[in-house]
Design a protein around this ligand. Structure first.
Ligand code: NAD
Length: 257
């Protein structure tokens, strides 16, 4: 599988799943554009490391995915966008009658509206290039719900729906649009929660992972960022050319329950 010569833009990719997906796309030969809202030396260093490790071109472009004009500017600045991975996302947990309005607005903007703006900006480039892949990182919460996550669940269900519309609008073109729905993924953020949870439940690491954190994930294993990246690479492959408008769960059986 080679994605040599393709350019992938991955939103929210200076950590976690976005970085993992960008690394796997680069391993498959794609040039990559990393993104987040920060502008630090270490953000640019991540891109330099990828360029060196995989012999591809890699850049970091600062853009705040909560702002529509910055989403569109990211794609314009990238100059090319054959593969668009909409990954940037945040979470906030509260009962709906106490859910802070600013958190609702931020989650809808970053987890859903950003993908509307980047996709609108990227599709003309994909059409001009005669090939394109839109990969939206949704969630098991794009297909099922949990209490206290109204904004996140709404945004993730929204992006699964928008993926279908983009797929229909591009169905007769060499462009596909799909969603990946991860269950619980071992990112640095999740890893950091393990010690506190161990203390709270007075359990060892493995017990806390299997009994508390992965209670809803039948495999009792985290998905990894490399597995998510591998799924994105597959969706960019020729084998996936007729896969469009669907979602692929990488959730250890969560949505089979
Ligand atoms: P993370 O916090 O490590 O990554 C989120 C990324 O989004 C970071 O790079 C962050 O800088 C970026 N980001 C946040 N706000 C932004 C903004 N305003 N503009 C630009 N970038 C911004 O978390 P993660 O777990 O890697 O999450 C990545 C995606 O995967 C999210 O959409 C999340 O909903 C989804 N997801 C994660 C899990 C999981 O278990 N970790 C499960 C299902 C879905």
């Amino acid at each position: 599988m080679t994605l040599k010569g393709k350019t992938a833009v991955v939103t929210g990719s200076n950590s976690g799943i976005g970085l993992g997906v960008a690394r796997e796309l680069a391993r498959a030969g794609a040039n990559v554009v990393l993104n987040s809202f920060t502008e630090r030396d270490e953000d640019h260093a991540l891109a330099a490391d990828i360029a060196k490790e995989f012999s591809v071109s890699a850049r970091y472009i600062q853009a705040d995915m909560s702002k529509g004009d910055e989403c569109r500017a990211l794609i314009a600045q990238a100059g090319a966008c054959d593969i668009l991975v909409n990954n940037a996302g945040i979470q906030h947990v509260a009962p709906i009658d106490e859910f802070p309005l600013d958190k609702w607005d931020a989650i809808i903007a970053i987890n859903l509206s950003s993908a509307f703006h980047t996709t609108a900006a990227a599709l003309p480039m994909m059409r001009a290039a005669g090939w394109g892949r839109v990969v939206n990182i949704a969630s098991a919460h794009g297909l099922t719900a949990s209490p206290f996550k109204s904004a996140y669940v709404a945004a993730k269900h929204g992006i699964v729906g928008m993926t279908k519309t983009v797929a229909l609008e591009t169905a007769e073109e060499p462009i596909t649009a799909n969603a990946i729905c991860p269950g619980y993924v071992l990112t640095p953020l999740v890893e950091a929660q393990i010690p506190d949870t161990m203390e709270k439940y007075d359990m060892g690491r493995e017990e806390v992972i299997k009994k508390v954190m992965l209670e809803r994930q039948p495999s009792r294993e985290f998905a990894t960022v490399e597995q998510l990246g591998g799924t994105a690479v597959f969706l960019c492959s020729d084998a996936a050319a007729q896969i469009t408008g669907t979602s692929i769960s990488v959730d250890g059986g969560w949505t089979a329950l």
